[in-house]
Design a protein around this ligand. Sequence first.
Ligand SMILES: [Zn+2]
Length: 395
Amino acid sequence: MRMVDNKKKYLLGIDLGASSLRFVLGERSRNNLKLLKKSKRSFDSPLCGKVGLYNDSYYATVPAHSLIADFVKNKLFEYFEIIGITSANIKGLGISVAGKIQKDGRFIGSNVPLKYAEKLGGEYGVNLIVSLKEVFNADTVNISIENDAKSAAIAQGIYYMSKDIEPDKTFYITLSTGIGGGGLRKDLDEIGHIIVDGYYPDLIPACGCGAVGCIEAYASGEGITNQAMKIVQMYCENNRNFEKLCCFEKIRTNERYDLKKIVGCSKLTKNYEKNIPIDAKSIFQLSGISGAKNMKDAFAYYLVDTASERLAKVIVSISNIHGIERFGIGGSVLENNPEYAKNIQEKTSLVYGRNKDIFKKPIVVEVTPLGKYITDYGSLCLALNGDHVIIDRLL
Ligand SMILES: [Zn+2]
């Protein structure tokens, strides 16, 4: 049985991430946007830095600044062949990328090696649009490109709209190795680099962006793991500093946490001593927030609780500045631990204390209703060119 009908017209979504390049088809019937899950295919990203990625003799004559775009184009042809369609079956194309989109439609991100970008008007960028326009009839096929978090926010907003929730007041956050986010109205997508302060000096992390104390470096999957490692190392190797930290945390948390009592007996510390790596998955599992049958490890819970508290401060700030009332969170950390959203929501009310702010609007924090398909919907919604649709999540 054919996966798709080569007599039909489809929407094509391309997601260019740091590690993978994904293609997916969507079908618009009346006002519904249907995601064709089985049409999804994933390839190595041209940004992944794998040795030999451009070894094919085809690339030998391609200028460096066109390599990424040509790679995407070649994989697109490969995808068409696998799926059994041609460019004639596509009526709209949406591209979501891990990076910022410039005024001229080029994009640049921290994962793009500058040798593969072109400097025009003082800005480095990669032009995907020009080479993809060679594949499609530019007069009839709409091609759009957008930041990946922003694309996800657009898709999530379309879903919320179908539930009578004003999309402009919603925001998407992705919580995985890093932290990103986007809303519909504002140019606000690098939220991972909002700086949170007020923590023990030796635990303030350096961020990949060059700053210290960014929320991403504290509360992403990698951030939580690094905080755990630093505390355990301090406990094992620098007792004096650890004593100071215990004192600091006792005062900061109003005696809710006594690290002296919980670090030494934690499974995480025992794992560290046995050279078993500490990772975000084990921290969340041990924390017991997912209601697992495992015994709750108080130190693991402290790590998750502290990250959640920091994230809640950022969420309240975004809400206050941009009038956001609902945050849908996606990404691997939330997919694996959906209860974490509830924990963050509880923390947002603590930031306010007993008196709600002047806006008198409660903040809702929840797992994004589009779940693990949000990226697919994100790129497909760009292909719609602003047409009104309803996302039928039940597929
Ligand atoms: Zn940063």
